[in-house]
Design a protein around this ligand. Structure first.
Ligand code: 13P
Length: 255
């Protein structure tokens, strides 16, 4: 049984007091007994947000990291620094880093290895552009990102990895993939895991959906068999909407 994970990617939003207020409010949300909750603020506020959620079940993650342990890498942050300020997860290969900042799979692969070696949990993002979907190339693109980002990562490490399918055309656009569209890619990703590793590993890896997840579509998405959680952007910036998504994602008792 895969435990749902609802992650908020705050991107380059919020100031210190808003970030701390949001984190403090989420620390008191009741559904966190059934759902893993993660918030990923800007690096600048990781320390303050970690303090705000300390003692709660809310985990803190970073939106990126550099793969070298230390040294002359101006502007970068290491895994040790992230651990030091209370991070346990790191988002990697987000579409904004792939498509806006230009990160290739080889770099993402090095970062995943550094994150795993540091005992942190990588959240690897994959997803196609609109033109790639329209050209029928979704799985070709997602497979190539999967293979490139996870190159030479063994079974034990992939079991510690979270994958997030985020179709780029659904991010920040209000256009959510339909539950069926998302489920299809999630099932294919799980098949890739089974082919590359084995079925038991494939069954254990959490695959999140991201792209315009809102309180009113979260339950439908989460009801799909291969959707194990959500990576939420805009709707994670408000306590009420993020709490409603967490609530909608809690496992329902069988009727
Ligand atoms: P939105 O929820 O704002 O579409 O963002 C999704 C996302 O990119 C999360 O990482």
């Amino acid at each position: 049984m895969r435990r749902p994970l609802i992650a908020g990617n705050w991107k380059m939003n919020l100031n210190r007091s808003d970030a701390v207020a949001l984190a403090t409010s989420l620390a008191g949300v009741k559904a966190t007994d059934d759902v893993d909750v993660l918030v990923c603020p800007s690096n600048v506020y990781l320390d303050a947000v970690s303090s705000a959620v300390s003692g709660s079940k809310v985990a803190v993650g970073a939106q990126d990291v550099y793969f070298e342990p230390n040294g002359a890498f101006t502007g970068e942050t290491s895994t040790d620094m992230l651990s030091d300020v209370g991070c346990s997860y790191v988002i990697l290969g987000h579409s904004e880093r792939r498509n806006v900042i230009g990160e290739p799979d080889e770099l993402i692969n090095k970062k995943i290895k550094a994150v795993l070696a540091a005992g942190l949990t990588p959240v690897l993002c994959v997803g196609e552009l609109l033109e790639e979907r329209e050209a029928g190339r979704t799985m070709e693109v997602v497979t190539s990102q999967f293979e490139g980002s996870l190159a030479s990562i063994g079974e034990a490490d992939v079991r510690k990895t979270v994958i997030a399918y985020e179709p780029v055309w659904a991010i920040g656009t209000g256009k959510t993939a339909s539950p069926e569209q998302a489920q299809e890619v999630h099932a294919d990703l799980r098949k890739l895991l089974a082919e590359r590793y084995n079925q038991d590993t494939a069954d254990s890896v959490r695959i999140l959906y991201g792209g315009s997840v809102k309180p009113d579509n979260a339950a439908m998405l989460m009801s799909q068999p291969d959707i194990d959680g959500a990576l939420v952007g805009g709707a994670s910036l408000k306590p009420d909407s993020f709490a409603a998504i967490i609530d909608a994602s809690a496992p329902k008792p069988a009727t």
